[in-house]
Design a binder for this molecule. Structure first.
Ligand code: CP
Length: 304
């Protein structure tokens, strides 16, 4: 791979190779080699036009653990605020001989636009674009599930919440369907569900009690209010009542059902505190896996 902008159409062997490498890198770090020198002399730029806690920090940590130099581009202090266009910013940064750009942008398709406009051999990694793709989140979610339930062909996975605006849902569906998950169920209010044309995969279910019955993993999504200008938001208490994950609902799932959330979580809106912090929660494992998955992706695109 030279770039990673989406998991759509990525072959199963490539996804499995990245997950295997993430685990190998995790073992290398866990065995005392906290910092490797695989990417010594390489430079990675974090270019985040939207806020991030997990993705940005873990890409930085991943690059540093591989021995790369990291630049965290501060959009607020950059010449973007003086009207510089995205592609002029790109070419300016490329002139400083970067090896990889990790980009997050509210506009779907921006990472592919950067690939098309890049003039150097820089690799582009998508850290989330609009509602289109968040490929490293899809990979880390697949890795987290695989660590507990490698028998993908037997699994039912529920994704619940604001699926319409979710790049995580799209990348999770891409990864999990490519890896052979038996069934993906999609649940959420009608106004927050994409059309079947926009998202042909997944079995739709508007009743969360029915959707979660017998599920092996449930991935909860937050309401992405920042992408909802034209939607009448549901009252939060009513939303939790219909689509929130609490202990009663979790008891309807299969025994040991994995509770997942890409974060940030909104306690009491899409997930109850005792479930988010409970024994079945894998939310912080997802965060930890994010570092190793991002190390694997940086290693993959820069190994040339
Ligand atoms: N999951 C995720 O993308 O979180 P951040 O927005 O904190 O990076």
């Amino acid at each position: 791979l030279r770039h990673l902008t989406t998991l759509e159409n990525l072959p199963r062997e490539t996804i499995e190779r990245l997950l295997d490498r993430a685990e190998a890198l995790r073992d290398a770090c866990a065995h005392g080699t906290r910092k490797l020198d695989i990417l010594a002399g390489r430079t990675v730029l974090n270019l985040f036009f939207e806020p991030s806690t997990r993705t940005r920090t873990s890409f930085e940590l991943a690059a540093r653990r591989l021995g790369a130099d990291v630049i965290n581009f501060d959009i607020g202090l950059s010449s973007t605020s003086k009207g510089e266009e995205l592609f002029d910013t790109l070419h300016t940064l490329e002139a400083m001989h970067l090896d990889a750009i990790v980009v997050r942008h509210k506009q779907s398709g921006t990472p592919d636009e950067l690939v098309r406009h890049a003039m150097s051999g820089v690799s582009v990694i998508n850290a989330g674009d609009g509602n289109r793709a968040h490929p490293t989140q899809g990979l880390l979610d697949a890795l987290t599930i695989r660590q507990h339930r490698p028998d993908f062909e037997n699994l039912s996975v529920v994704i619940c919440g604001d699926i319409k605006h979710s790049r995580v849902a799209r990348s999770d569906i891409n990864a999990l369907s490519t890896l052979g998950v038996r069934e993906i169920r999609l649940c959420g209010p009608a106004e927050l569900m994409p059309t079947a044309e926009e998202m042909p995969q997944g079995r739709r279910c508007s009743d969360f009690d029915q959707a979660i019955e017998g599920a092996d993993a449930v991935i909860m999504l937050r309401l992405q209010k920042e992408r909802m200008a034209s939607i009448d938001l549901p009252d939060e208490a009513a939303y939790f009542n219909h689509y929130g994950l609490d202990r009663r609902r979790l008891a309807l799932a299969a025994k040991g059902c994995l509770v997942m959330h890409p974060g940030p979580i909104n306690r009491g809106i899409e997930i109850a505190t005792d479930v988010a912090d409970g024994a079945q929660s894998r939310i912080l494992e997802q965060v930890g896996n994010g570092v190793f998955v991002r190390m694997a992706v940086l290693n993959e695109v820069l190994a040339r």
